[in-house]
Design a protein around this ligand. Structure first.
Ligand code: MLT
Length: 257
């Protein structure tokens, strides 16, 4: 809630604590460092037309049935691995220009796209990771308005990497700026960033999700996702699809007849 000229920043460590209604009409930042937010940014930067996030398999198949197969990619993971019958998994390194250019990507991931779908009635919904941290911070600053940061977490549990990313966003927002008031979550995220955020790759290698990804062969993804500010784009959700915020694309989806 805005009081006077104070801009309020709150951080939810998991999507569970943020009810769908409580996110409606808010400015929401959804973080999923490992790996949906990173993959979404890479896919859009490499020329994907749009990302259509879905929260479960049933919704994915509903969307598939409405889209022309040739211009659509079915992407996502379960337990970190590509879903059987899909075109791509959730490794940002797999979203190459060759694979994604001009495609509408229907994306289903365990935590990240589910969190985006939960926050779909937000006023502004932005997808954030370490890769685009400063661009996200600049966009938030331009709003001059309260902001709710939702960490996707892992199976509705706390995740260190998403929280550290939230802490870095809050720290940047509040640096030399007393216009912001923070809830306990935001203050705790900043403190955790001070303790664990000095070496992002090391922190991710020791995190639960990072260790699980290394175990199934995705260590390179950790390195890639730790590259702070290696991209400028900011994925934003509007009308159910995610695109880069500076993009002015007009046609939407080529529907199957
Ligand atoms: C998710 O949305 O749960 C993650 O992005 C999982 C993953 O690392 O593939």
């Amino acid at each position: 809630m805005k009081s006077g000229n104070t801009i309020h920043v709150e951080v939810h460590f998991t999507p569970t604590s943020a009810g769908e209604e409580s996110l409606t009409g808010k400015n929401v930042i959804v973080i999923d460092v490992l790996r949906s937010a990173s993959s979404i940014l890479v896919a859009l930067t490499n020329g994907a037309r749009e990302i259509i996030p879905v929260g479960d398999m049933e919704s994915a198949y509903k969307v598939f049935s409405k889209l022309t197969r040739e211009v659509t990619l079915r992407c996502g993971e379960r337990n970190g691995k590509m879903i059987e019958g899909f075109d791509l998994g959730n490794s940002p390194l797999s979203y190459t220009e060759e694979k994604v250019k001009g495609k509408s990507i229907v994306m289903l991931t365990t935590n990240g796209t589910a969190a985006i779908v939960k926050a779909r009635y937000a006023n502004n919904l932005v997808v954030a990771s370490f890769l685009n941290l400063t661009s996200v911070v600049n966009l938030i600053k331009s709003w001059q308005s309260d902001v709710t940061i939702v960490c996707s977490g892992q199976d509705n549990r706390f995740s260190l990497e998403d929280t550290i990313c939230a802490g870095k966003i809050v720290a940047e927002l509040t640096k030399d700026n007393d216009a912001f008031s923070l809830d306990d979550g935001a203050r705790a995220a900043v403190t955790l960033d001070k303790s664990f955020g000095g070496n992002i790759l090391k922190m991710m290698k020791h995190s639960d999700h990072g260790k699980a990804l290394v175990e199934i062969g995705f260590e390179e993804d950790l390195k890639f996702c730790s590259n702070i500010d290696s991209f400028n784009g900011v994925p934003v959700l509007a009308n159910g699809v995610v695109r880069l915020n500076n993009e002015q694309q007009t046609p939407v989806l080529k529907r199957a007849s």
